[in-house]
Design a binder for this molecule. Sequence first.
Ligand code: ZN
Length: 277
Amino acid sequence: MNYVILDLEWNTAYSKSAHRFVNEIIEFGAVRVDEAGNVTGEFSRLIAPRVKKKLNGRVKTLTRLTNEDVAEGDSFLTVSAAFADFVGDAAVMTWGTTDIHTLMENYLYYCNDRHIPFLHHYCDLQAYCERAIGCYDEGNQIGLGRFAEMIGVQFSEEEQHRAAADAYLSLRCLQAVQDKLPLRDFILPADCEAFYERMLFKNHYITDLSSPDIDREQLHFQCDQCGKQAKRVKKWRLRNKAFQTDFYCKSCDRRFAARVSFKKRYDGVKVVRKILS
Ligand SMILES: [Zn+2]
């Protein structure tokens, strides 16, 4: 499968008509790669912002784009339609899912429909690359520049934070780790409602012990000294989004505290259990 690595730049602006802040996309940058890893195309287009014509200071500093630069850009609909032609049936990849959320937001703003017409297959490169080198941690996502440093991919800081440069750097990171883990397992079908449900799903801790999502087996603990089933001697209490209580092992005459948390995710519940003392 051919793939396209996409990176976006955007400017946050308050829309009086929509009564909310909008992350207005100002640049699409992408690189297309064939099955063998050869670059077969590049896409780099600016979009003239509509909600607010002046870029925020932080965006100007980061991208080194000026108000005049983006003013010469085309509309979001023109650029995104050209990008759809560029993508064709290739899988789209982004570093983390933030760009996908921003695309949904822009389509919602301009078309009243958050569906992304050029998205047929999707891969979160950040999740893939982090897993490939065994450092995936949901709560601590690694930025592109930091990841490149970690794996020894050289880049010039000055060239980054423009969409096409970031897309190229993502490609180099991908190619540096691609032999470690099959990429195809991370490519999701994206032209279905399930994809949008997955993207919009908010991970959360289960704080009600009677929830049907809780596997009751996880509420039993064995003694960490002898391995026998311990008896719970207190009520479960919720503490920092985890359930905590005390257990007693008769064989060892030992009392210990234990903690278990249940995090609900789109594709299941992640359980973390710990004996505290
Ligand atoms: Zn014991």
